[in-house]
Design a protein around this ligand. Sequence first.
Ligand code: GLC
Ligand code: CA
Length: 562
Amino acid sequence: MSIRTRWYKDAVIYQIYPRSFCDGNGDGIGDIKGIISKLDYIASLGVNAVWLSPCYKSPNDDNGYDISDYRDIMDEFGTLDDWKEMVKGMHARGIKLIMDLVVNHTSDEHEWFKEAKKGKDNPFRDYYIWRKGRGKNGKKPPNNWTSRFGGTAWEYDEASEEWYLHLFTKKQPDLNWDNPKVRKEVGDLVKYWLDLGVDGFRCDVITYISKVEGLPSGKFALGAVGDENFTHGPNIHQYLHELNQNVLSKYDCMTVGEAAGVTIEQGLLYTAEDRDELDTVFMFEHVEADTYFRLLPRKFDLRKLKRIQAKWQNGLRGRGWNSLYYENHDQPRSLPRFTGDFGELRAQSAKMLAVSYQFLQGTPYVYQGQEIGMSNYPFKSLDEMRDVMVSYVRGALGKFEPIMRPLILKVLKKRARDHARTPMQWANAKNAGFSTAEPWIAVNPNYQFGINVKEQNAEGADSILNFYRQVIAYRKDNDIVKLGAYQDYLMKSKDIYCYERAYRGERILVICNFKNKEVKFKMPNAIPFNSVELKLHNYGYDRKQPETTMLRPYEAMVFLLK
Ligand code: GLC
Ligand code: CA
């Protein structure tokens, strides 16, 4: 019998970006002691797992997504003993821990890469991807692939006159997964953490690990040249299956793969239970409901969001398993994107967003600060941004940077990853209660206007925070939410998201008004019922039943129909 209980199907997962969560030792940088001090808070949300962004040793070129030692903790975050205390504290509260597994690349300061650089016959050379250059003297990169952060994906090494591949910054060389030794190392380090009590992994850019033989040049694509030659590459399913069989399947753990550009068909290959690869994936399509080419901001399109959710709900149903999210450390905050409301209706709109995705089928995530309605930072210049992606893009533009600067700023005001990385707002106190020292990145001044944990805790049932607690409590251990069929209504509406989940004669009906004004709602006549209970409402629970009516601005309701 398999020891895998697939507990993640009942989980609500809270994501922590450690650098920005809570500073325990007063140096302006979040750390593990800080997380430990907030474990009761995390438990109070009702979540039963935490995904912790990387906390391993790292020179921090990409805030820990560049790892120099997979088996130890970053100095700024504390020690392995601190980490053990944190896990103990989580488990004591019934909270599981999902670590970030960043194995498409290492840091260039990892021992393996330092060795590999020593020369072509070093035993670690083949842990990475080296090629001769093109053109006279080999001074042109081996192919036209671009780094996801801009510019060529290759860096020249003078000593060996070869280039190495880096799909992110040049301090993040790609590992060569075609080398069985690399796959063995990954299996060993996964086992190391599982034996220390970790309950699962979020697998960073996992869809990039297998590259097409010969590394052919790719066709042109905005910011993503070469994609088709390394996304869902030729051996990826074999490699993941192997990792699953050799290590993961022996533990009651879960895996979620970051899978930009994934289709339903691929999603099924990764997550179908009988394939033994990953348990679930993060798809990205729905967070493109307000972009062109995944990049450029445009007006949010609710119909697009609904179409995509429906496609994934129905596509994976009974075969794979969805991950549900609006925010993470790479995405701007959802409030400014999907409703844009910062006026008197801010709380209503944040609560409505919570309802709109938490009742879909899958494992939902809440990103730190989302539960209090944190929003984007009012950046006025690119120099205020800390993300390596920003400096990388600017560098790649070379002499065109000054001309392009206003345009980049305009885009990043909406799209910067730094929006999600400003410090967690704990109180209306110095630095939002995040740290006693100047934080490593600016604090959003709106902590002074009720966007903080302390005040929302005190506010009673009306706060965004306490509403999130109600939402999580109702969705957790609820078989209709876990297993029910998905049916949407009013798909043509640009304003209303209305869906139903049905299981064994009981149904949950979700009605969300995405507009900041009254909108006429016509009850879909396909829904007969005998009894009805209003389970969640962001306007004081004053409705008795779903009926044809005017929905108030951002009104959100969840009914249980029998
Ligand atoms: C993932 C991470 C992101 C990081 C990148 C490279 O997309 O979420 O933060 O920059 O991988 O590791
Ligand atoms: Ca600190």
